[in-house]
Design a protein around this ligand. Structure first.
Ligand SMILES: Cc1ncc(COP(=O)(O)O)c(C=O)c1O
Length: 379
C-alpha cells in the first residue's frame, strides 16, 4: 500500500500567534510621526541582545545585508571572495553586485558547510573576504575560518540566514564573523514575510552600513545632504513589529524546530545510508530544515525523490545545487577554478532533499512523511 497524505504537507511555513497580529495592528496605528522607527529600534535591540552583539540593523531582506557587508568593506572590482559552492544563490549574488568575483570551494561531508582546507587553498593575492554559510541550521568551522582570515588579513562574513538560534562553541550563529546576516523570509525560523538583519560588533562597519543603506546619509542627517550614492535598504515598521512578536517567542520557536528534527531522527535512525543534519560536539543546531541525503546506491536523484513525495501529497525541496553547475555562472570559469566533479558538495547535492519542516508539522505528520520516505527508498 502506498502512503498518501490526505492533505498537502507543505515543506515550510511560520508560526504566527495572536501576539504578532496585535503588534502588527498596533504598529500600523502608531508607528508614524516621531514614532516611525520605534518598532525597528525595538526589534534591533532585542535581536542584538539575543545574538550577543552590539549592533543590529533591520533591512528588507538578507540579500541586502550581504550586499551592505561587502559594500561597507569596500570590496569591488578586482577583488575575490571565497564562498561555498553549495548554498542558496543569495549568499553569493551580492559579490557580483559589487563587481567582485566569487570563488567557489567545497563543503564538508558532515555539516555541509565550508571545508576550511578548501578555503585556505583558494586564497590568493586578490582575496578580500570569506563568506561562510551556516547551511540548514548547521555551523561552519568558525574558529578555523577565523584563523585563516586572520592569517591572510581577510574579512569574515557569517551568512546565518538559515541558522538563527544555532550555537557554535558558546557563540550564537551570526556572532562569528565581522558581520552576521539573517533572513526573515516566510520559510525561516523567525518569519516576517520578507525581512533581514545585519549584526556586528564593529562600530565603524555599523556606521558605514547605516549610511550606505540610506542613500549615503549618515545617521541623524536631517538636511538631505547626501555624502555619496548609496542604497535604499530599510525594513518597514509593520514588518519590524511582526519580528518583535516572533523574537518574544524565540525560545519556543527553536524548541519546536528541535522537536521536529527529533521526531524525524528517531524514525529515520535505522534507515541505512541516509545522512541527516549534523550536530557535532560543541555545537547546537536549530535545524531550520530537516535535510536527508541518501547514498547514491539508492539510485534516486533529488528531483526523482521530490516527484515521488509529490505523488504522495508531500512537498519537499532539493538540496541546493552547486553554484558551479548553474547556468547563472556558466560564463564564469574564474569562479569555478577550484571546483572538481569529485567534490563532496557535488555528490551531496545530487541526492539531498529538505523534508517538511514547517511549524505546522506534528508527530503524526512526521510519521507519515517517514513512512513515505521508507517506501520510496525501498522501491
Ligand atoms: C543561506 C541563505 N543566504 C541568504 C538568503 C537570502 O535571504 P533573503 O531571501 O531574506 O534575501 C537566504 C534565504 O533564502 C539563504 O537561505
Amino acid at each position: 500500500m502506498t502512503t498518501i497524505s490526505p492533505e498537502p504537507i507543505p515543506v515550510a511555513g511560520p508560526s504566527i500567534s495572536r501576539r504578532e497580529i496585535e503588534l502588527v495592528a498596533e504598529a500600523a496605528e502608531k508607528a508614524w510621526y516621531g514614532n516611525h522607527y520605534a518598532y525597528n529600534a525595538r526589534f534591533e535591540h532585542m535581536f542584538a541582545d539575543y545574538i550577543g552583539v552590539t549592533h543590529a540593523v533591520s533591512l528588507p531582506h538578507c540579500t541586502a545585508a550581504i550586499h551592505l557587508s561587502l559594500a561597507a568593506l569596500g570590496i569591488g572590482p578586482g577583488d575575490e571572495v571565497v564562498v561555498p559552492d553549495v548554498t542558496w544563490i543569495a549568499s553569493v549574488a551580492p559579490v557580483d553586485y559589487v563587481g567582485a568575483t566569487p570563488v567557489f570551494v567545497d563543503i564538508r561531508p558532515d555539516t555541509w558547510c565550508l571545508e576550511p582546507r578548501a578555503v585556505a587553498a583558494a586564497i590568493g593575492p586578490r582575496t578580500r573576504a570569506i563568506i561562510g554559510v551556516d547551511l540548514y541550521g548547521s555551523l561552519c568551522e568558525w574558529d578555523e575560518l577565523a584563523a585563516i582570515a586572520e592569517r591572510h588579513g581577510l574579512a569574515l562574513i557569517e551568512d546565518s540566514a538559515e541558522a538563527l538560534g544555532s550555537v557554535y562553541r558558546g557563540r550564537r550563529a551570526g556572532a562569528n564573523g565581522l558581520t552576521g546576516v539573517f533572513s526573515f523570509h516566510g520559510s525561516k525560523t523567525v518569519a516576517t514575510g520578507e525581512g533581514g538583519m545585519l549584526v556586528t560588533n564593529d562600530d565603524a562597519i555599523h556606521l558605514r552600513v547605516q549610511t550606505l543603506r540610506d542613500h549615503g546619509r549618515p545617521p541623524g542627517d536631517r538636511f538631505f545632504l547626501n555624502e555619496e550614492i548609496g542604497f535604499k535598504y530599510k525594513m518597514n515598521a509593520v514588518t519590524a513589529a511582526l519580528g518583535i512578536g516572533q523574537m518574544e517567542r524565540i525560545e519556543e520557536l527553536i524548541a519546536r524546530k528541535r522537536a521536529i528534527y527529533g521526531w524525524y531522527a528517531e524514525r529515520l535512525a535505522s534507515l541505512q545510508g541516509v545522512a541527516l543534519n549534523a550536530e557535532p560536539p560543541g555545537t547546537q543546531n536549530s535545524f531550520w530544515m530537516v535535510t536527508a541525503v541518501p547514498d547514491a546506491e539508492y539510485g534516486l536523484d533529488k528531483f526523482e525523490l521530490m516527484a515521488r513525495f509529490k505523488e504522495r501529497n508531500i512537498d519537499t525541496r532539493p538540496f541546493f545545487s552547486p553554484l558551479s553547475s548553474l547556468n547563472a555562472f556558466a560564463g564564469r570559469p574564474e569562479s569555478r577554478r577550484f571546483v572538481d566533479p569529485c567534490d563532496v558538495g557535488q555528490r551531496i547535492a545530487k541526492t539531498g532533499i529538505n523534508l517538511p519542516s514547517g511549524y505546522n508539522m506534528d508527530e503524526a505528520k512526521v510519521d507519515l512523511v517517514c513512512r513515505a520516505f521508507r517506501e520510496i527508498l525501498a522501491n
